[in-house]
Design a protein around this ligand. Sequence first.
Ligand code: UD1
Ligand code: MG
Length: 454
Amino acid sequence: MALTKPTVLSAAGTAVGLALVFNPQSQPIISCFGFSVLGAVATFHMIPKMGPLFIKVGLSGKDLLKKEKKVLPETMGAVVGLVYMFCLFFFIPFMFYQYLVTETSGAGNRDEGLEITVDPGDPGTIGRTLTKFPHNKLASYLSALLSLQSMFILGVADDLFDIRWRNKFFLPAIAAIPLMIVYYVDFGVTRIVIPHFIQPLFGNKSIDLGFLYYLYMAAVAIFCPNSINIYAGVNGLEVSQSLVIGLSILANDILYLARPHNLATESHLLSLYLVLPFLGVTCSLLYYNWWPAQAFVGDTYCYLAGMVYAVVGILGHFSKTILLFFLPQIFNFAYSVPQLFKIVECPRHRMPHFNEKTGLLEPSKAHFTKPPHPVVAFVLRTLGKLKLLGVYEEDGKLVAVSNMTLINLALVLGGPMREDKLTTVLLSLQLGVGLGALIARHTIATLVFGYDNI
Ligand code: UD1
Ligand code: MG
């Protein structure tokens, strides 16, 4: 067999990945990076092999914004998700290596690795030895795995059966239950810091949201996966937005970890352990999903990506920072509300319209089947005047508006574009938001909240 360039690259990638996983210092962060590289190599190889098999069983979709409308494999998120889960499973012993390999002073004494607690007042403890093993850390990690797996199954089920929107919308909150239980037992913090200027109103630096905080966490778990899934429709967008959000979270984690003796170190380490392998598999997926796409990711990937970020935000108690990185998705969701709640017609696909003559994308339209309520018509016309919506009239009557997505809005504002240019524009926006959010989080937040907990 001839050695092709990708084969040599993959062999090199595997060697580097293994060397990092089994690094001589047994550093979990380096091992995690190793799994990220191995995950990327495995995904890179598996997608072209699995693609035709997926098409065979009907998991395929037409590339709608092209002249040829080629049929491409769908649900490649299932391959990515599986590789990612395996990376997380295999990483467990490396994460806890220092606790699993106990130093001994010989003759079978595991004394260096054990903490002996004897309370003279409590005869029950005499002679008992308690290990230093951090069971709470393992519980957090396993609860994250359980939530991610549940979301993965939901994503695959959706790709197979096209579950109705109203049925699937709230399911991520159920997937987040293990997470919230561990949060309650382990952490239980339901207080949030409030801005400087309203502190006198409450007579405190923070307020306790109690049960409402759990509702808020469930809302984050519902929002993140769904918001990525509805900010989609042009090649590469689902994956590249996830990549940029992940990189922003990683940068935020590194900012915390770079400062020694930080209270938030454990939270950001866990975040890094979950995000880094996800970024590895995502990079390879992007290679196949970027314009002109060779494969589609399916709802499986969108849900999993959103859930990874919701999980790290919830477990690490930094979901507000995560939401800053999700600003384009929040805007897209809010802008979509009239269509999602059927105030304005919502077609099955809201992706842009492909103009076969020019080869460029234009805003797609939602046509009114009956005249909109005068108040709705007034609001839509006002948005049109502000150039925030494409408004189409015939004989003074409103007949259609551009579909209410950030993707179409970019075309309303920027004019027709080729698909890859549109993805690049939206990606630049995501990058700008990520950078801006990082700066805001660590500068403006200090002014508003009084301190930065870096
Ligand atoms: C969501 C959006 C929908 C958008 C779709 C695109 C809402 C409420 N739903 O629906 O408006 O059209 O995502 O993913 O906003 N496809 C392409 N090119 C791409 C990506 C997808 O042509 O780059 C097409 C393919 O035919 C693919 C299909 O979209 O098979 C996937 O759609 P699906 O993910 O099932 O749509 P939803 O998530 O339900
Ligand atoms: Mg989808």
